[in-house]
Design a protein around this ligand. Structure first.
Ligand SMILES: Cc1cc2nc3c(=O)[nH]c(=O)nc-3n(C[C@H](O)[C@H](O)[C@H](O)COP(=O)(O)OP(=O)(O)OC[C@H]3O[C@@H](n4cnc5c(N)ncnc54)[C@H](O)[C@@H]3O)c2cc1C
Length: 394
């Protein structure tokens, strides 16, 4: 069996589905193939930055996502005694965005919204249990072989958007390297279903605890709170997850609070040697993986999807093919020159170094007291300097 489509998207994660929706909204005949039998359900990304909410809004998806998450309108730094060291309200971004706050919501809440909107435009736009097993490029088209329940299908399209995740087979088939490395430090995520605001007064939805004894981040999700600790030592994962050790860490922050779940994950950074090869573009984790510090990787992938969908729609509408290459170079430059260094500096921490911690706290206080610096900080943390522009120039 063979068929023709404007664009084939591989992968129905947040990035593939958002790219497909934007393509469909620009009148492109799009098909998404997903190897899994249903949408992913693993808890991963949890933060949508204001720049991403603006892009989702253009697709009509922000309105439905907002009620499912927690709106966080202020970032706070505090110590273990409960003193507020500094705070910056997202209201400094008013006028720059329709969403002067970050939204804490699991990425698994976004994907069903994108899927439904896509199917409303074209009921046959997403196929599950369909794995892309090979890709060949010809003159002006891409031919992909899709293995499904009922055998193999050949899909010929004008472009292919590879959003097939960090282990991207398409990236490997194209011979594009994915250099990078794991960081020495790992992250420990501990979840409590209790409301931390009943234990810690004046707590905002995102708080950075900075204290000589123990630092961590606290995130408010709809039905739980997360503690994120940086693990710098050489202990094994099992040692880090030892219930007594976890209890001790939590008690230093919020004594006695219940512990419902804990996990350790390693942090790494990888970036594809190039994002575009002929008529195939890599987006999301297929193109880059960064540390989870600052919650930027999925946001960056959604930005890739938006930018590539626009470029592909433009080229299909008659613009030169170079628009795709230019978009790939711009998106790659953003991750290499800005996102990776930024997430690395955020992940660095100053555990055990009292002077470095005191300097970091003093600098944060100065920043919070200076409206221009506070704006710049939140502008960058919200990824406005690295997001594609809305409805306009590339
Ligand atoms: C613990 C953790 C916490 C995180 N927290 C954050 C955060 O707070 N903020 C943030 O921005 N990011 C965060 N991230 C990163 C974020 O989860 C990823 O960047 C995001 O999932 C990438 O989406 P994606 O669509 O590119 O890839 P994926 O979500 O991996 O989706 C790829 C899809 O492609 C499918 N697929 C693969 N191969 C094929 C094939 N050959 N044919 C068809 N389908 C295929 C897969 O089945 C999968 O469904 C976190 C990650 C982890 C692990």
């Amino acid at each position: 069996m063979s068929e023709h489509r404007g664009v084939l998207v591989v992968g129905a994660g947040p990035v593939g589905l958002f790219g497909a929706l934007r393509l469909a909204q620009q009148g492109v005949d799009v098909l998404v193939v997903e190897a899994g039998s249903e949408l992913g359900t693993t808890s991963k990304a949890s933060t949508f930055h204001p720049s991403t909410l603006d892009l989702l809004d253009e697709a009509g998806a922000a309105e439905e996502l907002l009620p499912l998450g927690v709106v966080v309108d202020e970032i706070q730094w505090r110590d273990l005694a409960g003193d507020i060291l500094a705070s910056v309200p997202f209201s400094v971004l008013e006028g720059r965005t329709g969403f002067p706050y970050r939204l804490h919501a699991e990425q698994t809440l976004l994907t069903p919204i994108l899927l439904r909107k896509l199917r409303e435009l074209n009921p046959d736009s997403v196929r599950f249990s369909s794995r892309c097993v090979s890709v060949e490029q010809g003159d002006g088209s891409v031919t992909a072989t899709i293995a499904g329940f009922d055998g193999a299908t050949t899909v010929t399209s004008g472009f292919l958007l590879a959003a097939d995740g960090a282990h991207s087979e398409i990236r490997k088939q194209l011979g594009i390297g994915f250099p990078g490395a794991s960081y020495e430090s790992r992250a420990l995520r501990v979840v409590t279903k209790e409301d931390l605001r009943e234990h810690l007064s004046n707590l905002t939805g995102i708080a950075y605890v900075r204290d000589e004894r123990q630092s961590c981040s606290l995130l408010h999700m709809r039905d739980h709170w997360r503690f994120i600790f940086r693990v710098a030592g050489k202990q094994s994962d099992a040692e880090v997850l030892d219930p007594e050790a976890v209890r001790e860490l939590i008690d230093a922050v919020a004594p006695g609070v219940s512990i419902d779940f804990s996990e350790v994950y390693s942090n790494r950074a990888h970036i594809a040697e190039r994002y575009v090869s002929g008529r195939v573009a890599l987006a999301g984790d297929a193109a880059h993986v960064t540390t989870t510090a600052g919650g930027m990787n999925m946001n960056c992938g959604l930005h890739d999807a938006y930018a590539f969908a626009r470029a592909m729609a433009e080229v299909l509408g008659g613009a030169p093919l170079s628009a795709l290459e230019e978009t790939g170079a711009a998106r790659r430059g953003v991750v290499k020159d800005v996102i990776i260094p930024r997430t690395e500096s955020r992940a660095a921490g100053s555990d055990g170094d009292a002077d470095a911690l005191a300097r970091a706290v003093a600098s944060t206080r100065e920043l919070a007291a200076d409206p221009e610096r506070a704006f710049r900080f939140l502008y960058e943390a919200s990824m406005f300097d690295t997001a594609p522009s809305l409805r306009g120039e590339r």
